[in-house]
Ligand binder design. Sequence first.
Ligand SMILES: *[C@@H]1O[C@H](CO)[C@@H](O)[C@H](O)[C@H]1NC(C)=O
Ligand SMILES: *[C@@H]1O[C@H](CO)[C@@H](O)[C@H](O)[C@H]1NC(C)=O
Ligand SMILES: *[C@@H]1O[C@H](CO)[C@@H](O)[C@H](O)[C@H]1NC(C)=O
Ligand SMILES: *[C@@H]1O[C@H](CO)[C@@H](O)[C@H](O)[C@H]1NC(C)=O
Length: 675
Amino acid sequence: MAKRLLLFLILLLLLSSPKFCEADEFIFHGFKSSGSRISLNAVAEIEHNGILKLTNDTPRLVGHAFYESPIKFKNSTDAKALSFSTAFVFAIVPEYEKLGGHGFAFTVSKSKELSRALPNQYLGLMNPSNLGNISNHVFAVEFDTVKDFEFGDINDNHIGIDINSLVSNASVSASKEGINLKSGMRIQAWIDYDSTRQELNVTLSLSSSKPSVPILSYPLDLTPIFMEYMYVGFSASTGLLASSHFISGWSFTMYGQAKSLDLSLLPSIPGAKNNQVALILGTSLSAAAFMVLAIGLSLYILKKIKNRDVIESWELDIGPHRFSYKELKKATRGFRDKELLGFGGFGRVYKGTLPGSSNQVAVKQINHESKHGLRAFVSEIASIGRLRHRNLVLLQGWCRRGGDLLLVYDFMPNGSLDKYIFGESKIILTWEQRFKIIKGVASGLVYLHEEWEQTVIHRDIKAGNVLLDSEMNGRLGDFGFAKLYEHGANPTTTKVVGTLGYLAPELTKTGKPTTSSDVYAFGVLLLEVVCGRRPIEAKAMPEELFLVDWVWDKWKQGSILEVVDSRLQGKYDETEAVVVIKLGLLCSNNAQAKRPSMRQAMRYLEGEMALPQVLAAPSEFDGKKVDDNGRRSSPGFEDSVHSYPSYEKGSTWWSVEGDVDLEAGSPLSSSCRVE
Ligand SMILES: *[C@@H]1O[C@H](CO)[C@@H](O)[C@H](O)[C@H]1NC(C)=O
Ligand SMILES: *[C@@H]1O[C@H](CO)[C@@H](O)[C@H](O)[C@H]1NC(C)=O
Ligand SMILES: *[C@@H]1O[C@H](CO)[C@@H](O)[C@H](O)[C@H]1NC(C)=O
Ligand SMILES: *[C@@H]1O[C@H](CO)[C@@H](O)[C@H](O)[C@H]1NC(C)=O
């Protein structure tokens, strides 16, 4: 009955708007009868009740929905962009309350495919290589629920105006109107562009009436951005965290004001906090359905118990995506040895393909003895999972099963840096590649140290933890050791972790990791990359045993370029090489106070600041001649060190090793093989 009434009303509306079929004006109350007039791609779909679902709450999806035919956006006489107006009703229903991911955008674009666009912070609109390119011809108004550092987002609840880029030209917090975008509630938005006044307004409301004052008003001439014909629609994406993005009604008009949407005609939003839904559920769920549900539930619980994949309540508070054990087992084909990529500091790493996608991932297995420890560890991982930077290996999600923790990372097809610089690979990195990798790692570290909401100390920077993506960009991986500190807080004393050869001398004395001890390790890494040598070369002549000392000696002798990797055959930029060597020495100085910050280091690398002509000598630490990496003494390996240099067999966790000894001393050898 209600359905008929709805149809009738829609029909009435159809009849009363004679211009409906023309491309420059349309209105949809639900998309059930939209026929072929909305073209969907990627995961976007129209549900049975007519709601347009751009993405569901699965991580890393993209969804697009565009009006089928292109619309003329320019005046034929003077080629100026034309005025337009649109109104739409949306809802963002996050997988975890309060944590959205990522958002959607009203989009005007030259194409409706946007085929190479990425999920996550790219909102399905762009990718790193076309970001900001004027030939994109993309205008978007983003409704973004993640604060992305890379694009300078203001918060995790904002509206932004994006022109050919995702760095918004203007943005505003939705809370200005008292609105939480990811509340799951029905929200109406209006976007009005006036070409004569060259002004764009965005207005937001929880009700049907349009507030008289827009939430965002921005002077803008769209003429250079638009082509004569453009497509209008929506693009959405999810990331590590995911939300379902819904559009329930949409009205669009060229020149004039968009027709008002009648909210009572809109399909309801599934899963939203909507009293109506609860009411319907409460009254119409029959006893039989209840029985089926109850039986299903008990079967499910039984199966869960059998699988020991018990989710404890605290786990539900953890942010990033929780994979089921089954999914990961399937992804890695039952953790087959054939899928084993290597060992990390804590456990094994398997290659996998997530079911129902072609996404390749690296699954790291970690065993944790104590339950309490595990919980702390997981919450740490969860915070780290929110880190987003192009020079970090992205954590996609996690899973706990008994005392095992499984971490799912982006798969890095080119493996780890140590393979290349220590000559285990036939491929010799060019100087340009090395310099790019160094700058990438530096930029990732600046982010960890200064640009995220908390200071993150990596604590295990080394060539084996720098992974290379398909474009040979350096990305820092393995945040297993990372410890989070509130900005400015005094780091607590903890067990010393890190890798021999990369440990700042003060670290083994005080046990306090600092950003400065990360800088020390970064300095060692710089020297490794230039010299193509390990920090401690066991087989070398005594005077060459310790890389840092050897480079210092060469520096003092004035023959610094002699340390440059001979495999480069002299093909490198001398100025850049000197900068890297000098910076390497500066960072790996024994005296903490003499080391620069990561931000300064970045400036030196970018050539924005000149390095000092004279470098301070590597001061003695604590009046002793020997530091705890064993420099200037025989390397007395000590028990406070948890991770050993990557020349230990199979210790890098991404590199493929032919002869990995599966049972070798790993704490995991008996665990996580549960079938
Ligand atoms: C197109 O431009 C001409 C000349 O500037 C103007 O007279 C006309 O009104 C414009 N048409 C529209 C639809 O804005
Ligand atoms: C912008 O994109 C066009 C077309 O894809 C490409 O040819 C051009 O090189 C890009 N420009 C820049 C600066 O990346
Ligand atoms: C928007 O920002 C981009 C760079 O972020 C800039 O090139 C462009 O000129 C800006 N556009 C307007 C209309 O301000
Ligand atoms: C934008 O909002 C202002 C009020 O702040 C209003 O005067 C103006 O007409 C609006 N422009 C458009 C294009 O709606």
